[in-house]
Design a protein around this ligand. Structure first.
Ligand SMILES: NC(=O)c1ccc[n+]([C@@H]2O[C@H](COP(=O)([O-])OP(=O)(O)OC[C@H]3O[C@@H](n4cnc5c(N)ncnc54)[C@H](OP(=O)(O)O)[C@@H]3O)[C@@H](O)[C@H]2O)c1
Length: 314
């Protein structure tokens, strides 16, 4: 342990950070040790990380001093913020700034910032196709992460542009629903556009590949994806993989989707509309080839489904 380079992982009890911690622990000869950051070292997921061999350290993204302590002595930091805990772009930016400031104070040699694109750059400010949210954002959880990129300037940073997790099917209730007649259906404002998708744990696996590559990705933006599939193609895979009837896709209007009323429906409606209206730009910002070179075990949608089918609530 003493001679290993420590990677301090924010979000270690979650999808992205959890994937990275496991990637580090699964490669004992890799030369890296995992420092798993959580607000609560006593929660079950944190205790499981300790039992698996990670060093679990307490810190809070709202408290920069706690992050400075948690990053001290580390070689690298993986930084991710969780918009969905508070739904605030301003808070997400403040937390990202705390990660960057603490990484600077600790003098780490590599930071990966888990970011997304600024969707405002895809449209004129007076474009009326979708509403502005939180006053000045199109897709707040994308735009805030992109705005936060600037905090990492001057650090040895890699900007990691992630993709839609297929795990949203069970984590965000996005699986097709069965009606009283036994017919499965789902609704997205995606038309026939392809959705850039990835298994959530493969984000951590790709991040580990970036750290292992040393200086190669310093100062670079790396967009990761596994497969790009239309909603109909995903439905066909679900029919095959879960052994359910055909999944009917309602390609609803984005305004209809924004009006669905669940928390964040307006934000998700804008996000899917960006995927649909700017399919070329979104897909070209991500490379499956690069992602596979970082993680040769990259799961396809059907492989992910075979592993996770008991979790998908259909
Ligand atoms: N779902 C998708 O398809 C998708 C795609 C691309 C990007 N994203 C982005 O991914 C981000 C969420 O990452 P995730 O899915 O890995 O999260 P997650 O699985 O929901 O877990 C959240 C993690 O963040 C940590 N955390 C949250 N607030 C914290 C705080 N104040 N201080 C310290 N740690 C804190 C939690 O740690 P403790 O609770 O243990 O403290 C936990 O480990 C979101 O911002 C989202 O926009 C999601």
């Amino acid at each position: 342990m003493a001679d290993k380079k420590i990677i301090a992982v924010v979000g270690s009890t979650g999808s992205q950070g959890g994937g990275l911690v496991h990637a580090i622990l699964n490669d004992p000869q890799g030369g890296f040790a995992a420092r798993a950051i959580t607000r609560d070292p006593n929660k079950e997921k944190a205790k499981a990380l300790t039992a698996s061999g990670a060093e679990v350290v307490k810190a809070n993204l709202d408290d920069v001093e706690s992050l400075k302590k948690a990053f001290a002595g580390a070689y690298a930091v993986y930084g991710v913020t969780n918009f969905w805990e508070h739904f605030s772009a301003e808070k997400e930016k403040a937390q990202a700034k705390n990660i960057a400031d603490a990484a600077k104070a600790a003098g780490v040699k590599h930071v990966i910032w888990s970011t997304l694109e600024d969707t405002r750059k895809l449209m004129q400010p007076d474009d009326k196709r979708m509403p502005m949210l939180q006053e000045k954002y199109r897709v707040p959880h994308f735009d805030a992460k992109a705005e936060a990129n600037v905090f990492f300037a001057g650090l040895p940073v890699t900007y990691l542009v992630t993709s839609f997790y297929w795990d949203n099917l069970y984590m965000f209730g996005m699986a097709p629903k069965k009606d009283a007649d036994g017919v499965y259906s789902w609704s997205f404002p995606m038309g026939n556009a392809k959705l850039a998708g990835i298994a959530a744990d493969d984000i951590g696996n790709a991040a580990y590949g970036i750290f292992k590559a040393g200086e190669r990705y310093l100062g670079k933006t790396v967009g990761i994806v596994s497969q790009t599939l239309t909603i109909d193609e995903m439905g066909h895979e679900l029919t095959k993989g879960l052994g359910i009837g055909p999944v009917k896709y309602h390609a609803v209007d984005a305004n209809v989707y924004r009006g669905f009323g669940f928390p964040g429906a307006d934000e998700m409606g804008n996000m899917f509309q960006v995927y649909r209206d700017f399919e070329k730009e979104v897909l070209s910002a991500r490379s499956a080839e690069t992602t596979r070179s970082l993680n040769p075990q990259l799961q396809s949608f059907d492989q992910w489904l075979a592993k996770n089918k008991s979790r998908v609530p259909v």
